[in-house]
Design a protein around this ligand. Structure first.
Ligand code: SAM
Length: 280
């Protein structure tokens, strides 16, 4: 595992503010979160009472998208912003779909506690020959790419499933997500898949919800991960000119539904999701 800086001081520095990884863990019922994260999570729930269901929706989409990729024969996964390990991690879903266990996964996060837990989980449950967890920043793509290459796990001449799930709402346009995504799309071989989901501010159901979504962005300014919500039109650009896998960019519960969604009306989930394939 490679590290960016001294891990102990990185962990200490990450505990003075809530972190997106740990607040999300709290929302999806995990145990790797601290009082500062839970307090913040409760404030967000006051604002958006279904926010924990939005988080579960992101996680469910991840599982279905990985299932799709592994079923379609893509065996290499690079998961940027992988977060804290919980039920249904990428390597577990991929191994379920491909019991021959020929899949490889590199987990990447820039949150020190997420990384520490990923490393522990992998030590206990994963195959060090096929699964790695590394520290890197989505927004420093050249450095991230070098670190992935240094694992010697991924053959970049073959298709890769690049997962950036529930992460882009923590990236503002001024941080150049366009350039960053363009870099990753360019590096990948034809047949690669790009899996993205993010929270949207599209079509709020009421004026109250519109205000709540605006306030949410202000709230996240207090965390280690400020960000920005996007409409479907604003979000779709991150797929570039790749071919959208059916049914395209949709509300997450409508993407290859498996009957487990918490939302009968997909748009109530507030999560946009899609998978695209790099053309030959
Ligand atoms: C909401 S969690 C999503 C976790 C996981 N992808 C999932 O879908 O269940 C967002 C994760 O993105 C990570 N993250 C945010 N900005 C990042 C960046 N610039 N580089 C790497 N990871 C980042 C956070 O630390 C957090 O673990």
């Amino acid at each position: 595992m490679s590290e960016t800086g001294d891990p102990l001081s990185a962990v200490e520095n990450s505990l003075d503010r809530p972190s997106a990884a740990r607040v999300y863990d709290y929302f999806i019922g995990g145990t790797t979160n601290y009082a500062i994260d839970r307090e913040f999570g409760e404030q967000v729930k006051q604002l958006l009472p279904k926010v924990d269901e939005y988080a579960v929706t992101c996680r469910q989409f991840l599982g279905r998208a990985v299932r799709y990729a592994a079923g379609a024969g893509v065996t290499q996964f690079v998961d940027i912003g992988s977060g804290l390990p919980t039920e249904g991690n990428v390597h577990e879903v991929a191994d379920e779909v491909r019991p021959e266990c020929d899949t490889k996964v590199v987990y990447i996060d820039n949150e020190p506690i997420a990384l520490a837990h990923s490393t522990l989980l992998l030590a206990e449950t994963a195959d060090p020959e096929r699964h790695h967890a590394i520290a890197a920043d989505l927004l420093a793509p050249e450095d991230l790419w070098e670190r992935v290459q240094a694992t010697e796990l991924i053959d970049f001449d073959q298709p890769v499933a690049l997962v950036i799930n529930a992460v882009l709402h923590f990236v503002k346009d001024e941080q150049d997500p366009d350039g960053v995504l363009e870099f990753y799309r360019r590096k990948l071989a034809p047949g690669s898949l790009l899996m993205l989901c993010q929270m949207t501010n599209e079509n709020p159901a009421s004026e109250q919800e519109r205000q709540a979504l605006l306030t949410l962005a202000d709230y996240y300014e207090r965390t280690t991960n400020p960000g920005q919500l996007r409409t479907a039109a604003e979000f779709s650009r991150f797929f570039g000119d790749w071919d959208m896998v059916e049914p395209g960019l949709v509300y997450a519960p409508a993407w290859h539904p498996d009957g487990n969604s918490l939302f009968k009306v997909p748009s109530e989930s507030r999560i946009l999701a899609g998978v695209a394939r790099k053309p030959a």
